[in-house]
Structure formats: structure tokens, C-alpha cells
Design a protein around this ligand. Sequence first.
Ligand code: SF4
Length: 334
Amino acid sequence: MTTPAIPAPDLVVVDRLMKTFDVSPPLITRLATGAKPRMLKAVDGVSFRIAPGRTLSLVGESGCGKTTVARCVAGLQAPSGGTIAYRGVPIADIVAGKSPYRREIQMIFQDPYGSLNPRWRVGRIIADPIRALKLAASGAETDAAVARLLVAVGLSPADARKYPHEFSGGQRQRIAVARALASRPALIVCDEPTSALDVSVQAQILNLMRDLQDEFGLTYLFISHNLSVVDHMSSEVAVMYLGRIVETAHTADLFSAPKHPYTRLLLKAMPSLDQVGAVREPMQGEVPNPIDPPTGCAFHPRCPFAADRCRQERPDLRPLAGGTVACHRAEEIG
Ligand code: SF4
């Protein structure tokens, strides 16, 4: 009799994450006009887990809070509430240097040019984390590591001598990936890493990232507004709307049987990575103002299935058919 495998503990556990921003007018204006303080709930009780070696994508329109979640998980922003744990250690402790895990969490940004120091040669950009973290014993070892990383991302060791402006957008994102890999991470938070690139280059970078995931055993938290990118990259998907998760599912299930009306809307508007210029349905309706969200289900002003209950009662995220969904009428619609 074989012993059943013990599942590996989750690498990342996010529990009821909240992030609120004070968007009040200046005090002097409030005193003069009697305006009240205004708070924007960018993230409102988001929970998820990511197992080692998996890719969870957070998807949703601009302003849904996905980038704020990413920045909190990467330790670049402090949550207003809830918890984030990496290997069981609170992210706040990791950021404060109380744990050695800081180097294991890296982030790749949307704009590869803006995230690379234009005055540094590529070799120095990639060597910087290796030197800062003392991951090589000598200058020669650092140079060798930089050369290996450049080759791993499809560039040449000779590119170490060039400056970022000498490269195309796709090549610059390869440099950003090499720099992220330099600290030997386990988790990479990817914030729309291909959305600034030409469609023809997007697939190359996504394929590279998948190959690197296999080669280095990486775990990704992947942020995108583009479901075709999500389909290409993810093992699991969480759909966000106005600061909350409205549906989670394994990627194949989400695409074959979406449960939430918002997910259906996103799928209808989905561009294809290999059908450049193809006509697609535009997204219908506008995202409501997060400072003053609708009552009940926040999606009800755009939802073709909205009923009275939807306007009054906010649906909780609940299990359904192997995933979760926050919709009062998911079974009927399905
Ligand atoms: S709860 Fe109601 S309004 Fe919200 S998505 Fe479901 S059917 Fe639409």
C-alpha cells in the first residue's frame, strides 16, 4: 500500500485583506464647505491561497483593486486590515526584516522601462540584488550569474554592457525578469507584465515566464485585465469587482462554465493573443465609483439578471461546483 502524498502547505495565504485610502478634500476645504471625510475601499475583504509552483491570476477591470492586492502581497503597501502570510510568516514581519524571506518575494511591473534605472548598464541592474544579498562570493561569480540569467531570459551575455534604452520593450521586460530572478525568488508578483507590449511580443514573454516557472519552481501571483493572458498563464483565477472577489475557479472551469455574470461579461469582451485585430464585444457599462459603491451587489447596475434582492443584499462568496461565487442567482443563471 502506498502512503498518500502530504499536500505542500500554501506558500501565500491572504485572509480578509482590506486596503482603504483617505481621499478626503484638504482640511481647509472641508472646514470651508462642510464636506465630510471620504474613504475609498480599494480592497474589501479579499482572501485567497496560492500553493507552491502554481499561478493564481487576479483579473478585473481597471480600478477593481487587483494592483493594490499585488502591492500588499509584495510588501510595497501596508494593508488596512486582514492578514497576508508567506510560508506562514506575516508579510509585515518579512518587510520589517524579521525573517529571511524578503529576497524570495519579487515583483515585475507593467512598465519595463520605468522599472529599470536608465543610467545603469544591464549587467549592473541584474547584479545589484546579487551583490546586495551577497549571493555570490566574488565579482567573477557575480558576472557569471548575470550571464546565466541573461541567457535564461533569451538575451546574450554581451547585453550586460548595454543600457536599457538600447533594447525593445519586450527585451526590457526580459531584463526585468532577469533582475527579479537574480535574488533567487520563490514567489513573483507580476503586475500586468505584458500589457505595455505589442500583442506579438506578449506571447513570447508569457511563454518565457512559463518556462522559467518550470525551470526555477516559481509561484506566480499574476495580475491582468486580459482574460486571454490569464488563460495562458494560470492554474487558478480570482475575478475581482470593485475591491472584492466575485468568483474563483480552476482556469479551465472558469472559461468553460463561468458562474458570475461579471465573469461572463469579461469573457465576451476577451481579446485573443493570436487573433490580432479581431472584432470583439466591448465591455458594457461603467465601473461604479468605489467611493460611493452601489447598495447590495455592487455589480447590479450592470447586471442583466439583477433582481430586487440584488439591489438590497450584498452576496457573500460561497462554494459552488468546485469554485466560489458571490451571486444570489448563480444557480439559476448557470
Ligand atoms: S447578485 Fe444579482 S446583480 Fe449581482 S451578479 Fe448576481 S444576479 Fe447580478
